[in-house]
Design a protein around this ligand. Structure first.
Ligand code: PGA
Length: 256
C-alpha cells in the first residue's frame, strides 16, 4: 500500500534578500496561503531565508501556516565558534526546520557526510525538523555512479533516530541546481525510488513509506507539476524560483 505523504514545498533563499524584500515576499506568501480554506491545505509550505532575515520573516509569517527554516546550523549547542549559529538558537528564534548538507555547503565549506549527520542530530535534539540534502555531480552521473553516490551520502548523512516526523530527504542533483537543467521525470523517479529503498533498509518499511523525499534543482512553475506527480517525489526544495512570490506560489499550487 502506498502511504499518504503530505507534500512539502520548501523555498531556499540562499544568500539573497534584504529586510524589505524578505518581509514583502514572506507576507505575500502568507496571504496566499491564508486565502486557502482552513483544513483544506493539501501541502506544507516552508521558507528558509538567510540567518539575517529569520527574525523579520518569522514576524511576517506569524499566524500563517507558512513555516520558517534556516539553511544550516552548527553541531554544538553553544560555545567558541565565531560566526556560527546553533540549532538551539534557531529553535529559540521560532524556526521549525533547518536544511543540512546542501551541496553548496558540502562544496564551499567542505562538509562531509559525518558533519552533515552530526548537524542533523544536533538539530533534532534541539527540536527542529531537518531537510538532509544529497545528490550527485554531473561527473558522477556520467560515470554511472548516480545511485551509488546517493546511497553513500544517504547512509553517511542520515541522522541517528531519524523518523518521518523529524527528517525529510532532498534529492538535489548538483548539475540541476541553478542551471535551468532539470532532471527528467524518469531520472528523478529512478533516484527517488532508490532513496526510498535505502530508507527501507535503514529504517524499516513503515517509516520509509512515510518519509518525504523532495526534489530540488531548477524546479519552476512549468515543470513542477510533472515532477511532483511522480510516485516517490513528495514536494520540492526550490531555490531561484522561491525568490518570486508568484512563481513559488504557482509551484506550491501545482501540487494540488
Ligand atoms: P534552484 O536551487 O531551484 O535554484 O536550482 C535549488 C536548491 O539548491 O535548493
Amino acid at each position: 500500500m502506498i502511504a499518504k505523504r503530505c507534500p512539502l514545498i520548501a523555498g531556499n533563499w540562499k544568500m539573497n534578500g534584504l529586510k524589505k524584500d524578505g518581509r514583502t515576499l514572506a507576507s505575500t506568501l502568507a496571504k496566499h496561503i491564508k486565502k486557502k480554506k482552513k483544513g483544506k491545505q493539501p501541502f506544507g509550505m516552508l521558507i528558509c531565508p538567510p540567518f539575517t532575515l529569520l527574525g523579520a520573516v518569522g514576524a511576517a509569517l506569524k499566524g500563517s501556516a507558512v513555516m520558517l527554516g534556516a539553511q544550516d546550523c552548527h553541531i554544538s549547542e553553544s560555545g567558541a565558534h565565531t560566526g556560527d549559529i546553533s540549532a538551539k538558537m534557531l529553535k529559540d528564534l521560532g524556526c521549525d526546520y533547518v536544511i543540512v548538507g546542501h551541496s553548496e555547503r558540502r562544496a564551499d565549506h567542505k562538509e562531509s557526510n559525518a558533519m552533515v549527520k552530526a548537524k542533523a542530530e544536533a538539530a533534532i535534539k534541539a527540536g527542529l525538523k531537518v531537510i538532509v540534502c544529497i545528490g550527485e555531480t554531473l561527473a558522477q552521473r556520467d560515470a554511472g555512479r548516480t545511485i551509488a553516490v546517493n546511497h553513500r551520502q544517504l547512509r553517511g548523512s542520515l541522522p541517528e533516530g531519524a523518523t518521518a516526523a523529524n527528517t525529510v530527504i532532498a534529492y538535489e542533483p548538483v548539475w540541476a541546481i541553478g542551471t535551468g537543467r532539470v532532471a527528467t521525470p524518469d531520472q528523478a523517479q529512478e533516484v527517488h525510488a532508490a532513496i526510498r529503498s535505502a530508507l527501507i533498509r535503514a529504517l524499516g518499511e513503515k517509516e520509509a513509506a512515510k518519509m518525504r523525499i523532495l526534489y530540488g534543482g531548477s524546479m519552476k512553475p512549468d515543470n513542477a507539476k510533472e515532477l511532483m506527480a511522480l510516485e516517490d517525489v513528495d514536494g520540492g526544495l526550490v531555490g531561484g524560483a522561491s525568490l518570486k512570490a508568484k512563481d513559488f506560489w504557482a509551484i506550491a499550487k501545482s501540487q494540488t
